[in-house]
Design a protein around this ligand. Structure first.
Ligand code: SF4
Length: 321
C-alpha cells in the first residue's frame, strides 16, 4: 500500500472482453440451484460443478454436497454431473442404483461425445487431443470402450502413437485447450495420418477461443497480466500461457485479490485483466478494486468479440427415463 499522502502511481488497466463465465458454466450453476429448489438440500454434485472455489463454496452454503465418485452419494438423494461431462459408466451406474440424476454436461462437450461415438460407429479409432486426468478428457474417453480412444497431449506424443489402422482414424479435442498448441498437434496428426478425419478445425469452444483472442490482443502492450481463475481450470491456465507467449513479461493466475503478488507488480505501468470461463465477475471486480486501492487506474476495454451464446436450462428437472 502507498503511504498516506503519497500520490498513487498511474496504471493503465486493459480489461479483456469477453472474459469470465461462459454459457456452459452459467447453465451448470443454474441446474444445481434449480435442483436445490426442487428437491431441497442436500443435493449431491459429482465433481466440482465448475472449476471455481468461490462458486463451489457458494453452492455448498446453499446445500450442495460435492463428491468425487457416485458411491459417495446416498442412493435416495439426487446427484448432478458436472459441466465437464462424465464417462458413460457413471449415468449407467446411477440408473442401476435407481438414483435421481441430472446431467449438467455443457452441450458443447456433449457434442464432442456424440462426434466420438459417431466416428466409432463408422469403424474409426479415435485420437483425443487433451490433458490426461482432466475430467473432460476422462468423460470423453469414457464414451467408448477402453482402447477405442487414444490420448495425445503434445506433438511429440503423435510421433510415438500406436494405432490399429492408420487409414481408419478420427480425432476429437478437449474444448478448453490452447488454440495455437492444438493447431500444431492437429497438423502433426494430419502429417503422420493423412486419412485422419475430424472437425473442421478442432473442438475448442467459442468461449475458450474468444478469451484467448482478447488476451492476445493486449499481451504485447502490457507489463503484466492477471488471470482470475482456479489452478484446476484448464481454460484459465491456458490464458496465462497465451499472455506469456504473446509478449507479456509477467502473467499470474489469481483466484482472488488476496492472491496478487504485489512485489512482482512493482514498477508496472500497465496491466491486463481477464478471467477464465468458470470465474465469476464479482472476483474480477475484487481484483480491479485492489488495483485501484494502490494505483491511479485508467481503464480501457479490449473487446475482440461479442458473445450472445446461451444454453437452455431445462424448465423442470426430471429423473431421466
Ligand atoms: S468452456 Fe466451453 S465447453 Fe466448457 S463449459 Fe464453457 S462453453 Fe462449455
Amino acid at each position: 500500500m502507498n503511504a498516506p499522502g503519497t500520490p498513487k502511481p498511474p496504471l493503465t488497466l486493459y480489461l479483456a472482453a469477453p472474459r469470465g463465465f461462459c454459457a456452459g458454466v452459467d447453465r451448470a450453476i443454474k441446474i444445481v440451484e434449480m435442483a436445490l429448489e426442487k428437491w431441497g438440500a442436500p443435493v449431491y454434485v459429482r465433481h466440482e460443478i465448475v472449476h471455481n472455489k468461490f462458486v463451489v463454496d457458494g453452492l455448498r452454503d446453499k446445500g450442495a454436497v460435492f463428491v468425487e465418485e457416485l458411491d459417495e452419494c446416498p442412493p435416495d438423494r439426487p446427484v448432478i454431473f458436472s459441466a465437464h461431462g462424465v464417462p458413460k459408466a457413471v449415468p449407467a451406474e446411477a440408473a442401476r442404483r435407481e438414483m435421481v440424476y441430472v446431467d449438467a454436461t455443457c452441450p458443447l462437450v456433449s457434442k464432442v461425445h456424440i462426434e466420438a461415438e459417431r466416428h466409432s460407429e463408422e469403424g474409426l479409432q479415435i485420437v483425443m487431443i487433451g490433458h490426461a486426468g482432466h475430467p473432460e478428457t476422462i468423460g470423453t474417453m469414457g464414451q467408448l470402450p477402453e482402447g477405442e480412444v487414444l490420448l495425445v497431449e503434445t506433438e511429440a506424443d503423435v510421433a510415438t502413437l500406436e494405432v490399429r489402422d492408420p487409414g481408419q482414424l478420427a480425432f476429437v479435442t478437449q474444448t478448453t485447450l490452447s488454440v495455437d498448441d492444438t493447431a500444431g498437434i492437429v497438423a502433426a496428426l494430419k502429417a503422420r495420418f493423412p486419412a485422419i478425419v475430424g472437425p473442421h478445425k478442432e473442438d475448442i469452444c467459442y468461449a475458450t477461443t474468444n478469451r484467448q483472442e482478447s488476451v492476445k490482443a493486449m499481451a504485447g502492450k502490457i507489463d503484466a497480466m492477471l488471470v482470475v481463475g482456479a489452478p484446476n481450470s484448464s481454460n484459465s491456465r491456458r490464458l496465462v500461457e497465451v499472455a506469456s507467449r504473446n509478449g507479456c513479461g509477467y502473467a499470474q493466475l489469481v483466484q482472488r485479490a488476496t492472491d496478487i503478488d504485489w512485489r512482482a507488480l512493482e514498477g508496472i505501468r500497465s496491466i491486463g485483466i481477464t478471467a477464465g470461463a468458470s470465474a465469476p465477475e464479482v472476483l474480477v471486480n475484487e481484483v480491479i478494486d485492489a488495483l485501484k486501492a494502490r494505483y491511479d487506474v485508467t481503464e480501457e476495454l479490449v473487446e475482440t468479440a461479442k458473445e450472445n451464446v446461451e444454453f437452455k436450462v431445462p424448465r423442470v428437472l426430471r429423473q431421466p427415463a
